[in-house]
Design a protein around this ligand. Structure first.
Ligand code: GUN
Length: 278
């Protein structure tokens, strides 16, 4: 039986640690506040935004939300970001993605002051991660590292295969695993012999956005499998990029969906917000 890596429990543990830290920092007169910006009313984004605001309230971080209509222009959004950059009471800025098609996401990310970039998406944050200097870490990959550290998964010297090369997960995940002294391979849609490459992995991290794509043919006996995907199947059931039932009997540890990586993203966002106070 594989060990279940419990993201719900670990994220709660992190939030409780942060709550205590925020209370102690408040004694020194320090506060933090997050501005959450959503453009349009995508239902999944609305759920994420609500969860982020609830997490702020739980930990003791202030939050202000900006819910802008779908028709908001790029100029209007950039003007709001400039205002938030200058606002001293705002310590972190989060613009929920995806943005409507008429807004250039790259321009918006670039406009955020790197000292308030709690998502870790600004090129300055990405560059800092690459060269190992101080900067905000992107929340999902940072959450995956915490999941493994707090579940006793040894990373040093291990073969880690990452499936997916997005700027939000795959690429920063590779940098963070390198920092942990793993040997890292990044695979993607053009990778030849994907099954064989994945079968070499001691640690397989999957972020490709395809429901149940990874089955037992992709995993080595005893590997650790981390599933970053989340999909809603017909009938409303959630699943990941990994076919859990097929893979679970073969591995030593695996993250479930839901309750694996998902809750960690918000916990690490909260950690970045608290970082602005430290
Ligand atoms: N959309 C999906 N994931 C994320 C995230 O981590 N941050 C933001 N801002 N938008 C997202």
């Amino acid at each position: 039986m594989a060990k279940l890596i419990d993201g719900k429990r670990i994220s709660q543990e992190i939030k409780d640690e942060l709550k205590a830290e925020v209370a102690a920092l408040a004694q020194q007169g320090k506060t933090a506040s997050l501005a959450v910006v959503q453009v349009g009313a995508d239902p999944a984004s609305s759920v994420y935004v609500r969860n982020k605001k609830n997490a702020c309230a739980y930990i003791g971080i202030g939050s202000e939300s900006y819910e802008l209509p779908e028709e908001t222009t790029e100029e209007e959004l950039l003007a709001l970001i400039q205002e938030l950059n200058q606002k001293e009471e705002v310590h972190g800025i989060l613009v929920q993605l995806p943005l409507p098609a008429h807004i250039d996401e790259e321009k918006v990310i670039l406009a955020i002051d790197p000292s308030k970039d709690v998502d870790g998406f600004h090129p300055q944050s990405a560059g800092a991660l690459m060269i190992g200097s101080k900067g905000f870490l992107p929340c999902t990959p940072a959450g995956v590292i915490q999941l493994m550290k707090r579940s006793g998964v040894e990373m040093e010297g291990k073969n880690c295969v990452i499936v997916g090369r997005s700027n939000i997960v795959g690429k920063p995940m590779a940098m963070l695993m390198l920092r942990e002294n793993a040997t890292v391979t990044v695979t993607h849609s053009r990778t030849k012999n994907l099954k064989e490459v994945c079968k070499q992995a001691d640690i397989l991290i999957v972020a490709i956005g395809k429901p149940k794509f990874i089955n037992e043919e992709y995993v080595k006996e005893g590997a650790v499998v981390i599933d970053v995907g989340i999909h809603r199947l017909e009938g409303k059931k959630l699943c990941g990029d990994v076919d859990f039932d097929a893979v679970e009997p073969h591995v030593s540890a695996i993250t479930p969906v839901p309750g694996g990586v998902g809750p960690m993203t918000i916990a690490m966002l909260m950690d970045n917000c608290v970082e602005t106070m430290r």
